[in-house]
Design a protein around this ligand. Structure first.
Ligand SMILES: Nc1ncnc2c1ncn2[C@@H]1O[C@H](COP(=O)(O)OP(=O)(O)OP(=O)(O)O)[C@@H](O)[C@H]1O
Length: 371
């Protein structure tokens, strides 16, 4: 556990970068620091590895004051990842990753074999280990930065806006990768970002800083979105926090309808009768293994030759589907919003249709949760 006890940093020019920070970042969890520019996030992070010495208070790692540790040795026991990776340009990727193990006196062979292991762990190929950093993409360089930080298997990882210099798609991939790594490695991670979506995705706990280096709120992502303590935090988490919050509710709680789901081998006449008896304006047609084929409107079904099989008719695309077991209400809502029928198609892990849900059903489910 990393404990900040009344940590203050006042610079000689009078700037208060951090003002009496009290915070506990639990072991094996990811704690994200967010907040406006200049609110002291980086300063807080750097007091942990003593790149910044506080002017008041103290920082403890598992109960030991970091001031009792030799700064160089302390830093070797803490992984540190910064924006744009900060790799050594004249060293190969493998040598970059092996930096701390070599400093710890592991010996060349062991350090290099550990580096090769790490390269694989962060999803890079062996051949890329022989390259120099400039021969890699920005996203790959960030992976190397993460591998380098993890090389000596430190229990604590400090990450200062590690993914902010890459495009959104690469960034999403890196976030995914970090979640996977963390589920295996259980490091005590402190992660600084400007991006509230990144914070919600990665954080077990989120600390929101306000200007002047003051902690405004420290909570789980769910609680932060549900109950921001004041207007500053509410503004920071965004006015679409209601929609973001839906990420925490599983789609499995939705009641899906199957009465308007029809196999493609059935006829237009059968579909028209189903539409009439259920009152459903849209019917979902499925094919082999109950995979979705597309939507048929009740009017179209009524106008078509009643003997024609549904799979031979022109259907509206079913759009995005959502996975009933794995996805959230947010994914289901998104699928319904984008669907030409205003309905979302829920599937099982094999891609077979479980049922459909309308925007009105979703609103009812959401209202039930949040009303
Ligand atoms: N050496 C220094 N001397 C004086 N002021 C400093 C010094 N280093 C940082 N500061 C100030 O301390 C405050 C906090 O800086 P810090 O980098 O921790 O903020 P941050 O929240 O990480 O910001 P950003 O999100 O923009 O990176 C800022 O006002 C900054 O200008």
């Amino acid at each position: 556990m990393i404990t900040f006890e009344g940590v203050t940093k006042r610079y000689p020019d009078g700037t208060v970068a951090l003002d009496g920070l009290d915070l506990q970042a639990p072991s094996g969890r990811t704690t994200v620091l967010v907040g406006s520019s200049g609110s002291g996030k980086t300063t807080a992070l750097r007091t942990v590895n003593r790149l910044v010495e506080p002017t008041g208070g103290r920082v403890l790692i598992d109960g030991t004051d970091v001031r009792e540790r030799d700064p160089a040795l302390l830093r070797r026991s803490i992984g540190y990842v910064i924006q744009q990776a900060g790799l050594f340009p004249h060293r190969t990727v493998l040598d970059n990753i092996a930096t701390v193990p070599l400093l710890l006196g592991w010996g060349r062979r062991r350090a290099r074999s550990r580096a090769a292991e790490l390269l694989e762990l962060v999803g890079l190929e062996a051949a890329q280990g022989r390259r120099y950093p400039h021969q890699l993409s920005g996203g790959q360089q960030q992976r190397v930065g993460v591998a380098r930080a993890l090389a000596a298997d430190p229990p604590v990882l400090l990450m200062d806006e590690p993914f902010s210099a890459v495009d959104p798609v690469v960034r999403a991939g890196l976030q995914e990768e970090l979640l996977r790594l963390q589920s295996e490695l259980h490091k005590t991670v402190l992660f600084v970002t400007h991006d509230i979506d990144e914070a919600v995705r990665l954080g077990d706990g989120i600390a929101v800083f306000r200007p002047g280096g003051v902690l405004a709120q420290y909570d789980t992502p769910e609680r932060l979105l549900a109950e921001p303590v004041d207007a500053f935090v509410e503004g920071f988490v965004g006015y679409d926090r209601g929609v973001r919050r839906l990420s925490f509710f599983p789609a499995s709680r939705l009641d899906l309808h199957t009465d308007a789901v029809l196999d493609g081998g059935r006829t237009a006449g059968a579909a028209a009768r189903t539409a009439a008896s259920t009152g459903e304006p849209w019917l979902l047609v499925t094919g082999a293994d109950r995979a979705p084929l597309g939507w048929l409107s009740a009017e179209r079904a009524a106008a078509a030759d009643p003997d024609r099989p549904l799979e031979s008719l022109e259907l509206e695309g079913y759009g995005h589907i959502f996975h009933v077991e794995a996805d959230s209400l947010r994914a289901a809502l998104d699928a319904a919003m984008l669907s030409p029928a205003g309905r979302a198609v829920g599937v099982d892990p094999g891609g077979a249709v479980v049922g459909v849900v309308s925007q009105a059903d979703l609103a009812a489910a959401i209202w039930g949760d949040h009303g």
